[in-house]
Design a protein around this ligand. Structure first.
Ligand SMILES: Cc1cc2nc3c(=O)[nH]c(=O)nc-3n(C[C@H](O)[C@H](O)[C@H](O)COP(=O)(O)OP(=O)(O)OC[C@H]3O[C@@H](n4cnc5c(N)ncnc54)[C@H](O)[C@@H]3O)c2cc1C
Ligand SMILES: *[C@@H]1O[C@H](CO)[C@@H](O)[C@H](O)[C@H]1NC(C)=O
Length: 616
């Protein structure tokens, strides 16, 4: 019975939609759902004149055929530049509405549609005509207008649309707001629009600034090694620069490249939202999805997803690869599971799981079979109710290509986190704390289990050189690992393994921790320590761990939704036939109403023409 009701309700809704659309759809070409402002005689002046943004307004007439055919394009145009809101707004005025007569007369609108562009703070001028054209051409013409506006001194609060002419990267930062972490530079031919488009598309994202340079700026092209145009580079506050590699040369490709860069840097979550298109072109708008306020914007975020991913890969893959674990390797495994049980952040089920592994590995005799280790993982997961993720889906460690970053990245982070957590957890008792506990276990793990041999030997060498001399006080372990990681970064800079989207830098970048490094590049280790203890504090990892109660709630909801749908669409044969009967009946009514509507419309049209002639 419930399904019958669903069917009736659906139909009622459908009928209302169709009929409602016909009955009101005739004289409103635009609705409040469109991404534009519906202007009229009373709100035009307050909104358009005196506004800080420029305006582009279509004066249309709801009965004019051309206007009707053009409306979908205008709606899509408005969606296409929706992100430019604040710089330029899109509006429409219906000149067929008698009330708007004075307005349309004042602006000397003679033909429909007429499109006018208005300066910011325009006062009483008629505006400049924009030709009706394709979305792309109208957007380009609008950009020319806006750039000219800015050159003539209007729009000084807008982002700079003029080309960057200096070859000194420092000047890029001169007028950047404090919250800006990266300047993106597009390199392009002088007549290309991509730079200006992206400047406006992304102008609301406060932690980046986009500038454009043209082929005329040869010195800058040389400095940043640009030879093919258009091109996209990033410069950080440390004046380090690198190229992003959009998949194609279009505005959308460039935006996607910037969005994925920002996401992988953890600077921001961004959403590209597809809007409903009226003409069939794909329109995407960028929206800031989430910004973490726990950590101050700039730079580095460490994700729990990566840390747990490293744990899963190491336990389920790397360790069981060894058919027999014995002697030194077994001792290393014992140390490793000990520090995991002590310092790896998990919920109570996870604690039980890690505790059981530890007990088993410690108490079981030498040798341990890789296979039995794997089998025990399964058993202990079942017993504790804890699940290790199976698929490797990296977040902050996601490379621009499959073979970049991933596990090694997450393993570094895991050990940084473990050194930090060991200090945090022993903070009440640092005198008796073994500051080598985590690093010894790490060294053992890397030399015996980490799949990359080269890495193991380098790491062993670094440990032999300085581990025992440099790590004395409790917090030295954190700094030693940081220093060693930076040595690795330095050695690997420019290496084929370097992800071009994530160049090897000396960590932390100045943009992330300005206090960590002075003007001559000398580290302030007190600040570095403070910084590392903050970002690698398990409390500060980003994204709730998979076991958080919030997540469970969401999961339950999702499950219910799926269930609900199943029930809702599980029609029996009788229900379907009922729907068919309803459908046929409503179709018949629809036809009748349509015929009636056509007749009345003919009549209405005539009266409109008459009205208009009367007015002019
Ligand atoms: C122990 C170990 C030794 C390795 N040795 C080699 C080697 O000899 N040769 C080789 O080709 N590859 C080696 N690798 C792999 C290599 O270091 C990188 O992990 C890999 O190239 C992926 O680099 P990435 O850009 O993701 O950043 P990674 O260097 O993996 O860094 C991961 C993240 O840690 C943070 N980070 C970076 N530097 C520091 C720092 N100094 N202190 C704290 N946090 C930091 C950043 O957020 C960074 O994104 C080693 C990996 C490990 C775990
Ligand atoms: C103009 O539009 C506003 C907002 O939609 C509305 O509140 C107002 O009544 C309209 N004025 C006229 C004269 O139609």
């Amino acid at each position: 019975m419930e399904t019958v009701a669903t069917c009736v309700v659906t139909y009622a809704f459908f009928i209302q939609l169709v009929f409602g659309g016909i009955l009101v759809g005739d004289d409103t070409l635009y609705t409040s759902d469109d991404k534009l402002y519906i202007l009229n005689v009373s709100n035009f002046k307050p909104m358009v004149s005196g506004s800080n943004s420029a305006w582009v307004v279509e004066f249309y007439n709801s009965w004019c055929g051309f206007c009707k055919r053009f409306a979908p394009t205008w709606k899509d145009f408005a969606s296409d530049i929706h992100a430019w809101e604040g710089i330029v707004s899109v509006g429409v005025v219906d000149c067929a509405d008698d009330n708007n007569n004075p307005l349309c007369r004042e602006y000397e609108v003679m033909r429909y549609p007429t499109i006018r562009m208005f300066s910011a703070k325009h006062s009483g001028k008629l505006g400049i005509e924009l030709q009706k054209d394709t979305i792309d051409n109208m957007r380009h013409a609008l950009l020319d207008f806006l750039e000219k506006e800015q050159m003539e001194g209007r729009g000084s609060s807008w982002p700079n649309l003029n080309p960057y002419r200096s070859s000194d990267l420092k000047n890029l930062w001169k007028d950047a707001q404090e919250e800006v972490s990266y300047v993106m530079i597009t390199f392009e031919e002088p007549d290309s629009y991509i730079g200006r488009e992206i400047i406006l598309d992304l102008h609301k994202i406060k932690f980046i600034q986009v500038r454009r340079a043209t082929t005329h700026n040869e010195a800058l092209s040389r400095l940043l090694d640009v030879s093919i145009y258009p091109h996209l580079s990033v410069v950080n506050r440390g004046l380090e620069s690198f190229a992003l590699h959009p998949e194609g040369k279009t505005r959308r490709n460039f935006i996607s490249a910037i969005v994925s860069f920002l996401e992988s840097e953890g600077v921001a979550g961004l959403d590209t939202k597809k809007s409903f298109s009226h003409t069939g072109v794909v329109i995407e708008n960028i929206e800031v999805k989430h910004m973490d306020n726990k950590m101050h914007l700039h730079g580095v975020h460490i994700y729990y997803k990566d840390i747990i991913g490293a744990l899963a890969y190491s336990l389920q893959h790397e360790i069981p690869l060894h058919s027999i674990i014995t002697g030194e390797a077994l001792a290393a495994l014992r140390n490793y599971v000990k520090i995991l049980a002590k310092y790896f952040p998990v919920d109570s089920q996870g604690e039980e799981f890690l505790g059981k592994i530890k007990e088993w590995v410690i108490s079981t005799g030498d040798p341990v079979q890789g296979q039995s280790f794997l089998a025990k993982l399964k058993t202990f997961q079942d017993e504790s109710g804890f699940t290790l993720p199976v698929l490797q889906d990296w977040k902050g460690c996601r490379g621009s290509k499959q073979h970049f970053r991933g596990y090694p990245c997450s393993l570094w982070q895991t050990f940084h986190m473990l050194t930090v957590n060991s200090v945090l957890k022993n903070s009440h008792n640092l005198e008796n704390f073994n500051s080598l506990e985590v690093l010894d276990a790490m060294l053992g793990y890397i030399t015996n289990f980490f799949g990359c041999e080269d890495c193991a030997s380098h790491f062993k060498q670094m440990a032999a050189e300085s581990l025992h001399t440099d790590v004395q006080r409790a917090e030295d372990s954190i700094l030693w690992l940081w220093r060693s990681h930076n040595k690795a970064n330095k050695r690997l800079k420019g290496d084929v393994t370097e992800d071009p989207m994530h160049p090897k830098i000396q960590f932390p970048p100045r943009s992330a921790c300005p206090a960590c490094v002075d003007g001559n590049g000398v580290w302030n280790e007190i600040e570095v320590l403070r910084y590392l203890k903050r970002i690698y504090d398990p409390e500060n990892l980003i994204y709730p761990p998979p076991f958080s109660s919030d997540d469970k709630k969401i999961d339950n909801n999702a499950a219910n939704e799926v269930e609900g749908k199943k029930v809702g669409w599980d029609f029996s044969f009788a229900d379907i036939s009922l729907c068919v009967v309803l459908y046929i009946t409503s179709a018949a009514i629809l036809v009748l109403v349509y015929i009636k509507f056509i007749l009345s419309r003919r009549y209405k049209k005539k009266s409109f023409v008459y009205d208009l002639l009367g007015k002019v």
